[in-house]
Design a protein around this ligand. Structure first.
Ligand SMILES: *Cc1c(COP(=O)(O)O)cnc(C)c1O
Length: 367
């Protein structure tokens, strides 16, 4: 086994277990593979994770965000406040409906939207706020919801990285007008590809169901113009098996994080806000000096790592204005993009591997 001890540790490891394979085969053999009973059961069961909210399954997390913005009627001229320090999908969904992303800075400790900066960015054109529960840490939803209520704004939670995260005992996806989850293979749970929208608003849930299926509830009785963003029953069957295992995986991620918190001394380990439950989609440290050098050192030691995200969204090509970043003032976003490094945290890491990760980080950061 000594060879295995030195095997490279990947930054992430998607899980496809026997239960998922059997579930997929069972649905394939049934011949009923498109959106049907498995999707309905998955929606029902996912509701338990989000305080009983209505759940609408779709074909990706990006579709979940886009469909929610469509259902809320947002489009050209409407401003939606979003962090630039996120995956491009957050802002892409806003642009895909023709609305305008207004980029706001993050809190340095949580890497999530800074409520004070949100307040300063609200204009008469603002229609919504899209907090991102980045890395599995909940955004400051108490303050963000208070601002939204005060200004009558929709809140679309991007919970793509935060299945099961909570603040003050309340789960993410149960704060805003809607919550949007992703089931991409590297997320804390997956359905190969897939997404889920959660909402307390039954009318909004019905509109979302129409929009994902060509505007139809009854076949060929189209009520509105809709898209095809359906989840297949094969995907839902896989998602249902993953959902059963999510609590155990989350505990394992949290235990891995606790180990690394104790063992890593040479860089800044993640912090958890008071009352927050962090589900560690990523375990992200800050490396103020020569982050890329440390990453190369870790690679030599067989320890995978990743930078989420090296380029804030406002600096990506489609978001430049006349070839330049827009007039955004995002110092914490720029700093985070230079400093962050995500270490392996997936549930099946062994104590020996965790020890290797911590030792390599400590050695690499003090070399
Ligand atoms: C993964 C992700 C998405 C998009 O989800 P997909 O299922 O890949 O479309 C959106 N936002 C964030 C923050 C993500 O990490």
């Amino acid at each position: 086994m000594s060879g295995l001890e030195n095997e490279a540790i990947p930054p992430a490891r998607p899980i496809i277990g026997e239960a998922e394979i059997e579930a997929a085969v069972r649905v394939l053999r049934s011949g009923m593979v498109v959106q049907g009973p498995e999707v309905a059961a998955f929606e029902q069961e996912f509701g338990e994770l989000v305080a009983g909210r209505h759940c609408v399954a779709v074909n990706s997390g990006t579709s979940a965000l886009q469909l929610t913005l469509m259902a809320l009627g947002f489009g050209p001229g409407d401003e939606i406040i979003v962090p630039s320090f996120s995956f491009a999908a957050s802002a892409n969904a806003i642009r895909l409906v023709g609305a305008v992303p207004v980029f706001v800075d993050i809190e340095p400790a949580s890497f999530c939207l800074a409520p004070g900066a949100v307040a300063a960015a609200i204009t008469p054109k603002t229609v919504g706020i899209m907090p991102v529960h980045l890395y599995g840490h909940p955004a400051a939803m108490d303050q963000i919801m208070a601002l939204a209520d005060q200004h009558s704004l929709a809140v679309i939670e991007d919970a793509a990285q935060a299945h099961g995260a909570a603040l003050g005992g309340a789960p993410v996806g149960a704060f805003g007008t809607a919550g949007c989850f992703s089931f991409y293979p590297t997320k804390n749970m997956h359905s190969l590809e897939g997404g889920m929208i959660t909402t307390a608003d039954a009318g909004l849930a019905r509109t979302l169901r129409l929009l994902r299926n060509q505007g139809m509830e009854q076949r060929y009785a189209n009520e509105i113009v809709g898209a095809n963003m359906r989840m297949t029953d094969v995907a839902a069957a896989i998602g249902r098996e993953q959902l059963k295992q999510l609590p155990g995986w989350t505990k394992q991620r949290q235990a891995n994080a606790a180990f690394l918190d104790g063992a890593i001394t040479a860089v800044t380990t993640p912090s958890v806000a008071g009352g927050a439950e962090h589900v560690y989609h990523q375990y992200t440290v800050r490396v103020p000096q020569d982050r890329d050098g440390l990453q190369a050192f870790l690679r030599e030691r067989g320890v995978g790592s990743a930078v989420y995200y090296p380029t804030p969204i406002h600096r990506l090509l489609p978001y430049l204005v006349d070839g330049q970043p827009g007039p955004w003032d995002l110092p914490e976003t720029e700093k985070a993009a230079r400093e962050v490094l995500s270490l392996p945290i997936f549930p099946s890491l062994t104590e020996g591997q965790l020890r290797r990760i911590a030792d390599a980080v400590n050695e690499g950061a003090t070399r």
